[in-house]
Design a protein around this ligand. Structure first.
Ligand code: CIR
Length: 284
């Protein structure tokens, strides 16, 4: 079972960090998208509880809680956010994670890391080397997670991500039955190669990597047997329909969520939640 943390959008969301400011962000539409997202997660039968943290007007990006902490097997690594304007977001998140019984490890400068750069696939942990996450952040995360009691040792890899906000802006892990979903772009392929190399170097079975037509749609959120995917990209919608057909019989549910306003803030589906497993760490 999971407890899921989400955070409300502040009205200041229009001032969030973003690559291109050319498109107007409609906060009301973004709020509706977020409510539908929370509703969809709340109705997952493996979600025991959704905790909503109040927004903070001084933190325009505070809805993107994924970046604030990495939770694994009873340990919560609290990020030193890569963007200085986001650093005040983390304390209420750390407080709730501590109340949930997580062992708190707080990162400090010069280490920086955003949770959007951390992709955990079973016992393999991939960390994006992006403009937000540096080598010191990677080492802090590795040491913190290696100290957690775990039946299988974790293996870590630092993955260059020069041209995207975060690693998970271009790739995500959708579970054992599906494998990785990567953006069908040059950078998506470079990252996919890196990941395959990681597995072959460790003599592990090569995972499947599938390429998704729209980069943002390569970010899916998996909670137990449900895959939440971005449903507002027509070409990627075909991709997910075909994937659904291919996986018929494997008891995986697909739930489409449209979030075009959130995408204007350079965000994708995993960004707005933190999953806390109430049992041993969840490996899909
Ligand atoms: C930022 O630039 O930090 C936010 N506007 C978007 C963060 C998206 N988070 C994520 O990909 N994990």
């Amino acid at each position: 079972m999971f407890t899921v943390l989400v955070r409300n959008l502040p009205k200041s969301f229009t001032r969030c960090l973003r690559e291109s400011k050319s498109e107007h962000i409609d906060v009301v539409k973004a709020e509706v998208e977020h409510q539908l997202y929370v509703k969809a997660i709340s109705s997952n039968e493996r979600v025991f509880k959704v905790i909503t943290i109040p927004s903070d007007e001084a933190c325009p990006d505070c809805v993107f809680v994924e970046d604030n902490a990495v939770v694994y097997n009873g340990t919560a690594v609290i990020s030193m956010m890569g963007a200085p304007s986001r650093r005040d977001e983390v304390s209420p998140i750390a407080k709730v994670l501590s109340q949930l019984g997580q062992k708190i490890k707080t990162m400090s400068l010069p280490a920086t890391l955003d949770g959007g750069d951390v992709m955990i696939a079973g016992e393999h942990v991939f960390v994006g080397c992006s403009s937000r996450t540096n080598y010191e952040g990677f080492v802090f995360l590795r040491e913190s997670l290696q100290a957690t009691p775990s039946s299988t040792p974790l293996s870590f890899s630092f993955v260059p991500v020069p041209d995207a906000l975060h690693l998970k802006s271009i790739i995500s892990y959708a579970g054992k039955e599906v494998g990785f979903l990567a953006a069908d772009t040059e950078q998506g392929r470079v990252v996919a190669n890196h990941i395959q190399h990681h597995y072959s170097h460790r003599h592990c079975t090569q995972p499947t990597v599938r390429f998704v037509p729209d980069a943002t749609a390569a970010n899916v959120l998996r909670i137990f047997d449900t895959i939440y995917f971005a449903s507002h990209f027509p070409r990627s919608q075909d991709f997910f329909q075909n994937l659904q057909k291919e996986l018929r019989g494997k008891q995986i549910n697909f739930v489409g969520l449209a979030s075009p306003e959130m995408n204007k803030a350079d965000a994708a589906l995993t960004c707005c939640s933190i999953l806390v497993s109430t049992g041993p760490s969840a490996t899909f």
